[in-house]
Design a protein around this ligand. Sequence first.
Ligand code: AMP
Ligand code: GLY
Length: 384
Amino acid sequence: MDFAGLLGICRANHIQLVVVGPEQPLVEGISDYFEAHAPDIAVIGPNREAAQLEGSKAYSKEFMQRFGIPTATFQSFSQAQLEEANTYIRSHTLPVVVKADGLAAGKGVIIAQTHTEAEEAVFSMLKANSFGESGHQVVIEQYLSGTELSVFILTDGLGYVLLPEAKDYKRIGDGDTGLNTGGMGAVSPVPFFEGAFKQKVIERIVEPTLASLRSEGILYKGFIFFGLINCDDEPFVIEYNCRLGDPETEAVLPRMEGDFLTLLEHCASGTLQTLGAYPTEDATSLTVVLAAAGYPSAPERDKPILVQTEPTEHLRLYHAGTKQEASGEIRSAGGRVMAVTAKGKNLLEAREEAYKAIEKIRFDGMQYRKDIGLDLMHLYQQKL
Ligand code: AMP
Ligand code: GLY
């Protein structure tokens, strides 16, 4: 978040292109800062105004409503509107979804099974300040039931390139149980993202979003991550993110066959329209996150990590929450410690390779999901 410090590092190292990974600096205006202080350095990531698509749920819901982009029906309420919020909840079918307006690292969403639970969630956000400023406004919305998927594009505000899609596994436990996390695994491709469904996503969601941004006078330069849900073959937007996803990216990047840098350069220079469809490898990649004991609540850190396998063309070992000691030893330094991605001809092969590699990685308290991709197996088999 130290924008001046980052610019100093860029200058010292002759950096010409910056790709912003996480949402917080985007929402707080890192792109605007670089544009003002270093217009010669290209930044891939939207400016503060455009990043509101992720930074404010009330903003993004109103944006979708204004332009008829399919999303759950909703209303938003400010701190002064507690009574109105409660009246809305009482008239709502169950379950009902309550969201803190601002960034809350995936923790600001409550799926309430009773009206009382929803009222308590709203009270804790609006009045008890449990989410700080993020919760000074809330969105209350309809619950959508279906399978979620993550669709990514890179846009320069004029053209766009569709990247490989992925499915994320958000809960800590097998069978989608336990606490929500940043994501415990991913699979790409998603077998039902094809044909008529894919066409609906492009025609009703991706292209209208870009046209709507333009009509609002917003120049969006960067990735858009469409968090979607498939409800009986109808796509709806759960949320927009103004970046790539973690761990989706770890599964998506290995399937991208073209030169990634060229893609970024075209985005920076506003010439994405001149590129055709981006080549994607017809293979399946599967990512499993290795998390620390105690994650997501209170991860244990500083455990030595033993890695007895080597990355190959088909196997990538991503370091996330790790650090290297002066001695060369690798230790854990965060909640999600590593991500293992294997690529195979099909889902079965990718799953086998990923889990085989994990057997060769160890640290104290290491936890991971054993069921990544299992729910998609029948869909893949239908396609074979
Ligand atoms: P968000 O931060 O908006 O992505 O919400 C986090 C997670 O809550 C999503 O990935 C969904 O699993 C769930 N969720 C959010 N909104 C809804 C909704 N309207 N219906 C069902 N599930 C939802
Ligand atoms: N894996 C979900 C995210 O990056 O937001």
